[in-house]
Write a protein that binds this ligand. Structure first.
Ligand code: GLP
Length: 249
C-alpha cells in the first residue's frame, strides 16, 4: 500500500492507493475505527452505494469480535431518495439497516437519515441541517463518488454554498442507479442530500473510489480545476481529506 501526497490548490489531499477492493475496504475500516475511537461521542457521516459495502461488513466483524462499539456514536447519512418508504428495499434507510445498523449497537435514536417521505421536504432539509449543527457537525464523513463526480446526491452544477436540499437527479445518475431497481422508471426523480457546504464542514473526510470506470472522474477531481461542474472537486479545498482508491492515478 502506497501513501502519497498530492499538492492541490492550497491544501493537501492524501491519497492511499490499494491493490483491490478488499485492501481498500480494510484501509477504510481502519480509518473509520480510528475516528470512532478518537472521541467520546463521535459524529459520523455515512454513505450508501456498492463501494462501502465491504467496509461495513468489516466493521460488523470487528464489533462482533468485541473490538469496537457504536454505543456512543451519532450518525448522519448523506442522502435519501424522495418518495421511498423506510421498508422499500432500495431506500437508503433499508440499506443502512441491512448493511450495518441491525448488526451493531448504535442507538436507533442516534441514527439520522433524511426523510424522503416528509410532507414538507424543505422543512425536512432545514431540520436535518439543524440536527447536524446541533450535534456539533460531522467529525468524520465517508463519501463515495458518482461517475459524474457527484458526492451525496450533489449533481454537477450544484452550488458550492449548498446546504441540505432537494435535488432533481440527472438522467445519467438514474440510469447508473437503476441497477438496484427493477426498472429505470422505478428510480425516483428526486432526492434529499446534504449540501456541499454541509459536507465541507466535516472535520475529516474519507472518499472511497473503486473500479476503473471511475478513473476518469477521479483524475479530474484530484488533478483538475475546482469547479461546480465536478462537485467532488471541492474536496481539493478541504483541509483533511483522504482518498482511498484501487485506481492507478
Ligand atoms: C449514489 C449515492 C452516492 C454514492 C454514489 C456511488 O448515487 N447517492 O452517495 O456515493 O452513488 O455509488 P457506488 O459506490 O455504488 O458507485
Amino acid at each position: 500500500m502506497k501513501l502519497s501526497t498530492v499538492r492541490m490548490e492550497s491544501e493537501n489531499v492524501k491519497i492511499i492507493k490499494t491493490k483491490n477492493n478488499e485492501e481498500l475496504s480494510n484501509k477504510a475500516a481502519e480509518l473509520f475505527v480510528q475516528a470512532l475511537q478518537r472521541k467520546k461521542q463521535p459524529v459520523i457521516g455515512l454513505a450508501t452505494g456498492s463501494t462501502p459495502e465491504r467496509m461495513y461488513e468489516l466493521l460488523i466483524e470487528q464489533y462482533r469480535a468485541g473490538k469496537i462499539s457504536f454505543e456512543q456514536a451519532i450518525s448522519f447519512n448523506l442522502d435519501e431518495y424522495v418518495g421511498l418508504s423506510v421498508e422499500h428495499p432500495t431506500s437508503y434507510h433499508y440499506y443502512m439497516e441491512e448493511k450495518l445498523f441491525h448488526a451493531i449497537d448504535i442507538k436507533k435514536e442516534n441514527t439520522h437519515i433524511p426523510n424522503g417521505l416528509a410532507e414538507d421536504l424543505e422543512k425536512e432539509c432545514e431540520a436535518y441541517e439543524q440536527k447536524i449543527s446541533r450535534a456539533g457537525h460531522l467529525d468524520f464523513l465517508v463519501l463515495g463518488i458518482g461517475v459524474n463526480g457527484h458526492i451525496g446526491f450533489n449533481e454537477p452544477g450544484t452550488s458550492f454554498d449548498s446546504r441540505t436540499h432537494v435535488v432533481t437527479l440527472t438522467e445519467s445518475t438514474r440510469e447508473v442507479n437503476s441497477r438496484f431497481f427493477e426498472k429505470l422508471a422505478d428510480v425516483p426523480k428526486e432526492a434529499i442530500t446534504m449540501g456541499l457546504s454541509t459536507i465541507m464542514e466535516a472535520k475529516e473526510i474519507m472518499l472511497l473510489v473503486q473500479g476503473d470506470k471511475k478513473a476518469d472522474i477521479l483524475n479530474k477531481v484530484i488533478h483538475g480545476e475546482v469547479t461546480e461542474d465536478i462537485p467532488a472537486s471541492i474536496l481539493q479545498r478541504h483541509p483533511n481529506t483522504t482518498v482511498i482508491t484501487d485506481i492507478e492515478i
